[in-house]
Design a protein around this ligand. Structure first.
Ligand SMILES: NC(=O)c1ccc[n+]([C@@H]2O[C@H](COP(=O)([O-])OP(=O)(O)OC[C@H]3O[C@@H](n4cnc5c(N)ncnc54)[C@H](OP(=O)(O)O)[C@@H]3O)[C@@H](O)[C@H]2O)c1
Length: 287
């Protein structure tokens, strides 16, 4: 059985749909959920819904019994991410899981000094935990999702232009849907054990590029201003954005500016057997 963690989330749901589309029987796919009230659709699709919480070790050992491949979707809980990931890897070992496919993150800096260290360090530690576990593994080093862009661009970007402190930095923004399709391809074919894949777009885009794309799509002149982090924080505060989000947005902007998500090579076209969705197509769909 293939067990999908994070099955109620965006990536998990899309990966399940790709697995079903490839003819994998629903009875062969397990869905780990922490809240069964969110699992109605998964049950309707015929999946085996198993209750488990990344913070509850015994629930994970129980859920992972009989699992051959574990699609380990990283926790979105920044405060408890490493503890959650330790639980998942240790429970997989105790339950005898044969193969872990982990959704890692692409990054340039490996020593934990990047502006997104709060995400990069747990990711690097998790990769090491998996390597040390002795379980066969595949690491999917996912790009920064193109799907995060609307949050960075703001609700009214087509009227207001882009105001984001990413300078001339570029990132290989990639459609999450493409990442789900590539994940399903890895989960349903052989030859991936021990491999680490960079799953990113073939093009790196700056916010100047994004402004140009949006200008083309909207027939308007969409500007891009890159303020200082302080100016950006002030603007967000004036818009009523809670303080907790200021450092989050600034960290991602600084990471993009520093090229943390700029990737020179990618394995995504090979795993998709096609060219990844361009940012222009993605933004056309969104806007
Ligand atoms: N590469 C990127 O740009 C990027 C961007 C955002 C996130 N991410 C990472 O990629 C992961 C997948 O992305 P996504 O868009 O699918 O995220 P998402 O929609 O937020 O889904 C996260 C999934 O994890 C589940 N989950 C969270 N905490 C859990 C816990 N303690 N026990 C069991 N399940 C738990 C959630 O369950 P509930 O439905 O019950 O909440 C949900 O199913 C995220 O979790 C995050 O680590 C990457």
């Amino acid at each position: 059985m293939i067990l999908i963690t994070g099955a109620t989330g965006h990536l998990g749901t899309a990966t399940i749909d790709f697995l079903l589309g490839k003819g994998i029987l629903a009875s062969q796919i397990g869905a780990l959920v922490r809240d069964e009230s969110k699992a109605t659709l998964l049950k309707e699709k015929g999946l085996k819904v198993i209750k488990g919480d990344y913070g509850d070790y015994p629930s994970l050992v129980n859920a992972f019994k009989g699992v051959e491949k574990l699609f380990f979707i990283s926790s979105n809980d920044h405060l408890h991410r490493v503890a959650h990931h330790k639980n998942i890897v240790n429970a997989a070992k105790e339950a005898g899981v044969d193969h872990i496919v982990y959704t890692s993150l692409t990054r340039k800096t490996e020593n934990g000094s990047s502006p997104i260290a709060m995400i990069a360090i747990p990711t690097i530690e998790t990769e090491q935990l998996i390597r040390d576990s002795g379980i066969s593994f595949t690491l999917l080093k996912n790009a920064l999702y193109a799907d995060v862009l609307p949050a960075f661009l703001g609700l009214d970007v087509l009227n207001n232009g882009i105001y984001f402190p990413a300078g001339n930095g570029k990132a290989s923004f990639t459609s999450r849907h493409d990442l789900a399709e590539a994940s399903a391809n890895v989960l349903t074919t052989n030859g991936h054990k021990g491999n680490s894949y960079v799953l990113t777009n073939t093009v790196n885009y700056s916010f100047h590029d994004i402004a140009a794309i949006l200008s083309r799509l909207s027939n308007k002149n969409i500007s891009y201003i890159s303020p200082t982090a302080e100016q950006y924080s002030q603007a967000l505060t004036q818009m009523g954005v809670p303080e907790a989000y200021l450092s989050y947005f600034n960290s991602f902007a600084a990471a993009i500016k520093a090229g943390e998500f700029k990737t020179p090579t990618t394995d995504l076209p090979v795993l998709l057997k096609r060219v990844p969705t361009t940012l222009e197509t993605f933004l056309q769909q969104v806007y």
